[in-house]
Design a protein around this ligand. Structure first.
Ligand code: TYM
Length: 344
């Protein structure tokens, strides 16, 4: 297990959507294919991260297993010996390292996190949980425990990756340069997944906002469980603009640009190629139809694969991975405990 590590986690506190798929799942699957044999791939469910937004607790366990099935339906190859799938709460070292890291991350740093600011905005102090505030530290522990240099995530997680780098460098400065692997900086992360910009899929209804699991925006979000024809309809009624000509311009034409991006990612073409085909055209309806068709094809095939996922095989892989990752994580935790004086 000495290969460089690629790692990502996707929360299970709601249905997965097209933003999750294009921003994190698809890059992981592409990397698994591209680097087979060369890299270790950790694709886990950060289940302890589920409670920072309201959830239905009695559905959580099933949701977690359902999400793991979705990784497989999306194309994750479970036979790959360098690939590990696991649940965060089944590897106790995540929580232990978080408690330690909390002492090397500052109040002001966590208060500046955009996601924290957005989620706590307008809430009373008495209803903002310490879990929401501390969430990026648990995420840093998730990454640092496995020495992951590469962390494919959507643009909304960029700040958390940067915080993880800062914490790792801070701890290394104090306790020894080789203690923690510092994840690569954001620009290099993008180069690694072969994208020139961070991936941020916007809401179809309100394209200045990101597509999210939020229940307030069902028409703006394509769930991976949406009926394909219904998803196509959401694309057809996506908010655009009154410019009347197609340009790839996120600033002034975010709705149209979002559709161009979705199309490019779904057909696996660079955005420049897709833009060239559509630039200057005036019939927004034609672009919407093209995107709607791709979404329909994608969802139909994805959902068929989801029905056929072999759950027994999945559970075997999951438990075997958790068994191994407990050991890997404990070794790194021990090194940290030693460095900070908790162990001889
Ligand atoms: P989460 O569960 O909110 O989202 C999972 C992944 O999906 C990406 N994503 C998007 N990408 C593009 N456009 C969107 N509209 C969009 N919405 C979501 C996210 O960027 C993410 O990559 N904190 C993380 C989970 C996490 C994690 C980790 C990730 C916990 N520990 C360690 C990497 C490494 C989160 O809440 O993602």
């Amino acid at each position: 297990m000495n290969k460089p590590v690629i790692l990502t986690g996707i929360r299970a506190n709601g249905e997965l959507h097209l933003g999750n798929f294009l921003g994190a799942i698809l890059p992981m699957i592409e990397l698994q294919k591209k680097y087979a044999g060369e890299y270790q791939l950790n694709m886990f469910v950060p289940d302890l991260h589920s409670f920072t937004t309201p959830i239905e607790h009695d559905k959580l366990y099933l949701q977690i297993v359902q999400n793991l099935r979705k990784y497989v339906a999306a194309g994750l190859n479970l036979d790959d010996e360098d690939t590990y799938i696991y649940r965060q709460s089944y590897v106790a070292a995540h929580s232990e390292l978080t408690v330690i890291l909390n002492n090397f991350v500052y109040y002001g740093e966590l208060q500046r996190m955009t996601q924290f600011k957005e989620k706590s905005d307008g809430e009373k102090d008495t209803s903002i949980s310490a879990g929401l505030y501390d969430y990026p530290v648990l995420m840093a522990a998730d990454i640092l425990l496995y020495g992951a240099e590469w962390v494919p995530v959507g643009e909304d997680q960029r700040q958390h990756i940067e915080l993880t780098r800062d914490v790792a460098m801070r701890i290394n400065n104090k306790f020894g340069e080789n203690l923690l692997v510092v994840p690569a900086e954001w620009k290099k992360q993008l180069e690694f997944i072969g994208r020139d910009n961070g991936i941020r899929i916007r809401s179809l209804r309100n394209p200045t906002k990101k597509m999210s699991k939020s229940v307030e925006d069902p028409a703006g979000t394509i769930l991976l469980s949406d009926e394909p024809a219904a998803a196509a309809k959401k694309i057809m009624s996506a908010t655009t603009d009154s410019v009347g000509v197609i340009h790839y311009d996120m600033e002034n034409q975010p709705g149209i640009s979002n559709l161009l991006r979705i199309l490019a990612l779904l057909i696996g073409e660079p955005i420049e190629v897709v833009t060239k085909t559509w630039e200057g055209k005036t019939r927004y309806g034609d672009l919407k139809t093209a995107v709607a068709n791709e979404v329909k094809v994608f969802l139909t095939s994805f959902q068929k694969k989801l029905d056929n996922v072999e759950e027994a095989e999945l559970m075997r892989k999951l438990e075997a991975s958790e068994f191994l990752m407990r050991d890997v994580a404990l070794q790194r935790l021990y090194k940290v405990q030693q460095a900070i004086g908790l162990r001889p």
